[in-house]
Design a protein around this ligand. Structure first.
Ligand code: ZN
Ligand code: ZN
Ligand code: FE
Length: 765
C-alpha cells in the first residue's frame, strides 16, 4: 500500500478535473478523495497502482485543463474505504479561470440528434466546452456566482450535474430547453413583421437570406450579422455601422467553404479548428463569392468558424429552412469605435438604426469579450487581438513578482494584473477615446481584480502625460511607475518569448511618447527588462496638423517631400500632380505650418513614413481607419521584386536614418512609369534592409546577437518575412511575438515586466 497527497495548480477548476480524477481512481481501485482548493486541485490517494495512476492522470487530463505545477507528499496509509469528491476548501491562493471555449464534438452531436433531449438547443454545453470567463461574477466558480444563477436546473439537468460519471458533472452553465436560457427574435423592420411568430432561429435565417442585418447575441457580446456574399447587404451594414473601410470579420460553416475564398494551409487549418476559435487572417483567393466591401484594399479576410451551438444552428438550418450560407459577416455589435454591446435593452437602443432584427437571449454576459484575431507567420499562430478564448489565460512570469497593475496605452488597450507568478492580461478593451471605452476599462479592471483577489501595490503606465490611463494612474493613489512606450513593446516581446538579459530591440509603430517629448515610432535600442538606450531612429519630420496628419496621410507625403527636395519641392509636387489632387492653397498652408511650427509636431514614426509613401504613390491619401494607408501599401507588394532604394544612415549618437534619397527615388520611379506594386515592394525592401544595416552596426559595438522585433508595424507580413530573412542571413537570432499582440495590445505586459524589475532593483538598493 502507498499513499500520496498531490497538489496540482494551473487551470484545473471548472474544466472537469475532479470527475476525471474520480473516474480514473475508481477504475483503478484507488481510495481517497479529490477536492478543489483555491490553489487548484488536491488529491489524497492510496492503492496498489499509485505510479500508474499518476502517470495516467498527468498524461491525459481533460481537454480544457492546463497543468502548471504538481507537488507530491508521501504519507502513511490511513486505509480510506472509498474514493470520493470532497467539498471545496476555501484557503488563500490563486484560482485560475478558464477562458470561453467553442462547443465540443459531443455537444455538437447532441444538438443535431433528433432523439437527444438537447436537439437544436442553442445553449448546450458541458464541462469540456461553453462559456466561462464571460459569465463568472466571482470565485469559487459555482453556478450561484455566474449569470446562470437565475436558472434553476430541471430534474434531468440536476441529475447530470451530480453524476460524476456524466460529462456535465458540475458543469456550472448546464442547461436544457426546459430549464435554461432561450432565444427570442425582436423585429424592428416593419417589412419583416411576417416572421414575428416563426421559430426565432428559422426566422433569422430567412431574414439573413434576404439581405437584412441581424444583431445576434453571442458569448462575449453582440455581433452584427449579414450575408457576406451579398454586396448590397454588406454595403448597407458598412454605411450604417461605420463610415470606414475597416474590414469585417466573416464566419464560414466549415473549412471546405473557407477554401472557396481563401488559402488555408495546414497550420492555419489547425488554428481555425482550435478550441479558442479566433478570427484568422487568411490570404484571399481572386474572384470569390465574398462581397468586395467585406474587406476593401486588403489582401486578407478575417475568417472564423462557428463556435457556439447557435452559430451552428444558423448555418445548418433544418429540412424546411435550408441555410446554405457560404459565409456571414460577423462584426462586433457596436457603434464605430465603442466597446462591444452586451445588454439586450441597450443593444436595441444603440443599434436600432443598424439592425433590422435582434436575436437576443436571456443568458447574461457579465464580462464582454470581442473575438480574438490571429495570424500565422512562419508556421506559428500569432495573436493580434487577444480576447475570447484566450483571456484570462495567464502568462507565466519567470521571476519574483509583487502584485501590480499595468494600464497599457491609449489605442487597442489592454491592462495586465500580476498575481502569484502570473501575468493576467485583460481582454481587448479598445481605443480609450470615449467614455464608453473608459467605463469598459474600469469595469474589467474591477472584475479581474476581484476574481483574482489582486491587491496591487503599484501601477505602471505609459510615459504620455495626456493618456487617459496615465491620468487614471495618477488618481489611483498607488505608487506610479512610468514606462516608455517602445521599451514596453520590447519587454513585452521578451516576456512573450521567455528571454531575459540584453537584446537589440527594434520597435516600429505609429505613435509613442518619447523621453524627449517627441512622438517616437522607429526605435532601435539596446534594452533589457529594466532599461534601454536609444541607439538609432528615423529622422524627425514634421507632422503638420498633429493628429490630423494621422487621418490624412497626404499631409505626411507633403512633409516628406518638402524634407527630401528642399527648395525644389515645387517640381516634385508638380510632377506628382499634387497641386491638382490637393489644391495649391492647401499645400501652401501646410508649408506655412511646417515652416512656422504651428500645430506641428516632430515625429520619428515608422507608421507615418508608410503613410507618406502610400499617399505619394496615390493609394491612400485619407485613412478611414488607423493603419489603412500602410495596409493598402502592403496589400499590393510583389514578392518577386527584390531591389530597394538608397538610404542614408547618419553616424550620430543616436544614429539617424534619413529617407530623403528613398523619397526622391520613389518620385523618380513614378515619373519613369514604374507600377505602384513595384514601388511599394521596393519601399518595403528598403525598410527591411535598413533594419538589417542598423542592427548590424549596433551589434558591432555591443556584440549582441539577439534581436527583438515589436510594435504595430510588424503586423505587416511582407515586412516581417523579409526582415526575418535578412537578419537571419546576417547571423542574428530574432524574436517576434506569439502569445501577445505586437501592436499596443501587448504593451501592458511589457510595462508590467519593466515595473517589476525596477521595483526589485529599488528593493535591493
Ligand atoms: Zn460540450
Ligand atoms: Zn434542464
Ligand atoms: Fe505602439
Amino acid at each position: 500500500m502507498q499513499r500520496v497527497k498531490i497538489s496540482i495548480t494551473g487551470i484545473v477548476q471548472g474544466v472537469g478535473f475532479r470527475p476525471f480524477v474520480y473516474n480514473l481512481a475508481r477504475s483503478m481501485g484507488m481510495k481517497g478523495y479529490v477536492l478543489n482548493s483555491s490553489n487548484g486541485v488536491t488529491i489524497d490517494v492510496e492503492g496498489q497502482q499509485i505510479d500508474a495512476f499518476i502517470e495516467r492522470m498527468l498524461s491525459s487530463p481533460p481537454a480544457l485543463a492546463r497543468i502548471k505545477e504538481v507537488d507530491f507528499v508521501v504519507l502513511p496509509s490511513c486505509e480510506y474505504k472509498d474514493f470520493i469528491i470532497k467539498e471545496s476548501l476555501d484557503d488563500e491562493g490563486i484560482t485560475l479561470i478558464s477562458p470561453d471555449v467553442c462547443i465540443c464534438g459531443d455537444c455538437l452531436n447532441e444538438i443535431f440528434d433528433s432523439r437527444d433531449r438537447r436537439h437544436r438547443y442553442p445553449f448546450t454545453n458541458c464541462t469540456n466546452c461553453g462559456p466561462r470567463y464571460t459569465i463568472i461574477k466571482d470565485i469559487p466558480y459555482d453556478r450561484e456566482k455566474t449569470t446562470m444563477a437565475p436558472f434553476i436546473m430541471c430534474p434531468e439537468c440536476e441529475r447530470e450535474y451530480h453524476d460524476p460519471k456524466n460529462r456535465r458533472f458540475h458543469a456550472q452553465p448546464n442547461a436544457c430547453s426546459t430549464c435554461g436560457p432561450h432565444v427570442e427574435l425582436n423585429i424592428k423592420n416593419e417589412d419583416l413583421k411576417v416572421y414575428e411568430n416563426e421559430e426565432p432561429i428559422k426566422a433569422t435565417i430567412e431574414i439573413l437570406k434576404q439581405g437584412y442585418i441581424v444583431a445576434i447575441k453571442g458569448i462575449g457580446g453582440f455581433h452584427l450579422c449579414c450575408d457576406a456574399t451579398n454586396e448590397y447587404a454588406v454595403g448597407r451594414l458598412r454605411q450604417r455601422k461605420r463610415k470606414s473601410n475597416k474590414p469585417f470579420a466573416i464566419m464560414a460553416p466549415d473549412i471546405k467553404s473557407i477554401r472557396e475564398f481563401c488559402i488555408v494551409d495546414e497550420t492555419e487549418e489547425k488554428v481555425l479548428l482550435s478550441p479558442e476559435m479566433p478570427i484568422l487572417l487568411l490570404e484571399k483567393l481572386k474572384d470569390s463569392a465574398i462581397a468586395p466591401s467585406v474587406s476593401p484594399n486588403n489582401r486578407r479576410h478575417g475568417v472564423m468558424l462557428p463556435y457556439t451551438p447557435l452559430h451552428h444552428l444558423i448555418f445548418h438550418g433544418d429540412d424546411a429552412t435550408k441555410a446554405d450560407f457560404k459565409a456571414l459577416v460577423m462584426t462586433s455589435g457596436n457603434l464605430s469605435e465603442e466597446p462591444i454591446v452586451i445588454d439586450n435593452n441597450i443593444v436595441m437602443e444603440r443599434l436600432r438604426d443598424i439592425a433590422d432584427a435582434f436575436l437576443i437571449n436571456n443568458r447574461g454576459i457579465y464580462m464582454r469579450t470581442d473575438d480574438s484575431v490571429c495570424t500565422v507567420v512562419e508556421g506559428k499562430p500569432r495573436l493580434l487581438r487577444r480576447s475570447r478564448g484566450y483571456v484570462p489565460m495567464p502568462i507565466e512570469i519567470p521571476f519574483d513578482a509583487p502584485e501590480i497593475i499595468a494600464l497599457g496605452g491609449e489605442l487597442k488597450n489592454t491592462f495586465t494584473i500580476t498575481k502569484g507568478g502570473y501575468a493576467i492580461i485583460s481582454q481587448h478593451i479598445g481605443d480609450m477615446e470615449n467614455q464608453e471605452t473608459m467605463d469598459f476599462f474600469e469595469e474589467s479592471l474591477r472584475n479581474l481584480r476581484n476574481i483574482y483577489r489582486a491587491e496591487p501595490v503599484a501601477v505602471a503606465h505609459d510615459l504620455h502625460p495626456d493618456y487617459m490611463t496615465t491620468r487614471w494612474a495618477m488618481d489611483s493613489g498607488l505608487k506610479t511607475i512610468p514606462i516608455q512606450h517602445h521599451h514596453a513593446h520590447i519587454a513585452s516581446c521578451m516576456l512573450d518569448n521567455g528571454i531575459d538579459g540584453n537584446v537589440i530591440g527594434v520597435s516600429f509603430d505609429g505613435t509613442g511618447y518619447g523621453t524627449d517629448g517627441r512622438i517616437w515610432g522607429s526605435e532601435f535600442m539596446i534594452a533589457d527588462m529594466e532599461d534601454f538606450r536609444r541607439e538609432c531612429h528615423f529622422k524627425y519630420v514634421p507632422m503638420p496638423g498633429g493628429d490630423t496628419a494621422v487621418r490624412e496621410p497626404w499631409r505626411m507625403a507633403v512633409s516628406y517631400i518638402m524634407d527630401a527636395f528642399g527648395d525644389s519641392y515645387r517640381d516634385a509636387f508638380e510632377s506628382l500632380g499634387f497641386f491638382e489632387r490637393y489644391g495649391e492653397g492647401k499645400i501652401k498652408n501646410l508649408h506655412i505650418m511646417i515652416k512656422s511650427n504651428v500645430n506641428t509636431y516632430l515625429t520619428s514614426s515608422a507608421g507615418r513614413l508608410f503613410d507618406a509613401v502610400s499617399a505619394i504613390i496615390g493609394l491612400c491619401d485619407r485613412a478611414t481607419f488607423e493603419t489603412e494607408a500602410a495596409i493598402s501599401l502592403e496589400a499590393i507588394c510583389d514578392e518577386t521584386v527584390l531591389d530597394s532604394y538608397p538610404v542614408n544612415i547618419i553616424a550620430s549618437t543616436p544614429m539617424v536614418v534619413d529617407f530623403s534619397q528613398t523619397i526622391i527615388s520613389i518620385v523618380n520611379d513614378i515619373r519613369d512609369g514604374f507600377t505602384k506594386e513595384v514601388i511599394a515592394s521596393r519601399f518595403h525592401n528598403t525598410i527591411s534592409e535598413v533594419i538589417g544595416r542598423v542592427v548590424e552596426r549596433i551589434s558591432l559595438s555591443s556584440a549582441l546577437k539577439r534581436v527583438v522585433l515589436s510594435g504595430g508595424v510588424f503586423q505587416n507580413r511582407f515586412l516581417i518575412q523579409r526582415t526575418l530573412m535578412n537578419l537571419r542571413k546576417k547571423g542574428f537570432k530574432v524574436f517576434i511575438h506569439e502569445r501577445v499582440p505586437t501592436n499596443d495590445g501587448g504593451l501592458s505586459l511589457g510595462q508590467a515586466a519593466i515595473a517589476i524589475k525596477r521595483m526589485a532593483r529599488e528593493q535591493n538598493g
